[in-house]
Design a protein around this ligand. Structure first.
Ligand SMILES: [Zn+2]
Length: 186
């Protein structure tokens, strides 16, 4: 068994009595602890390349989904809005600079079967990033490749997360793009 979090009260050190369900109340100081679902900011970044518009993706170098593709995003830091955190993740993972103020809400949903994450999908805009003007990409431990996908076909086989497939499908459907994903590195 891995060590469980919140086994002891972080305010007074008293051990919680089993069963360790949330929310749990400390028998000594009465403080309650919760395990609220955590938001994840994920950004759809349209990129124009060779007369087509694709979505920016990364090939993941870490679990979960190591070796598979994903839209770019991650957890927020304590001082960040969803837009600031999304723009930071894009910059850190791909080197692409998008203005946090340019991100617009696109779709939000909860993970399944455990709804312990809330995915906040946004879209960068209004114009696509110029794919011909991107700085060269250097692979790192977290991101093995930077690339584009151009349609919904086959995304379920190459994407790490079903909800990213669904977000991309909604993007391409709205644009009338129904072809294969056609992944290319950029
Ligand atoms: Zn306590």
């Amino acid at each position: 068994m891995p060590p469980a979090r919140d086994t002891y009260c972080s305010f007074c050190g008293t051990a919680y009595a089993p069963p360790l369900a949330y929310p749990r109340s400390c028998p000594s100081c009465k403080t309650q602890v919760w395990a609220n679902p955590i938001p994840v900011s994920v950004v759809l970044v349209p990129v124009a390349r060779d007369g087509r518009t694709g979505l920016l993706v990364v090939r993941r170098g870490i679990e979960p989904g190591r070796g598979k593709l994903a839209l770019v995003g991650g957890f927020l830091e304590e001082h960040e809005t969803w837009a600031e955190g999304g723009a930071r993740e894009i910059r850190e993972e791909t080197g692409v600079v998008v203005d946090a103020a340019s991100l617009a809400p696109f779709w939000f949903t909860s993970t399944s079967p455990r709804p312990n994450r809330v995915l906040l999908f946004s879209i960068a805009g209004p114009a696509p990033v110029d794919g011909g003007a991107l700085e060269a990409f250097e692979a790192n431990a977290e991101t093995l490749e930077r690339g584009l996908v151009f349609g919904p076909g086959g995304l379920a086989e190459v994407f790490a997360f079903a909800l990213h497939v669904e977000a991309a499908r909604r993007f391409f459907e709205a644009r009338g793009a129904d072809g294969p994903h056609g992944f290319v590195t950029v």
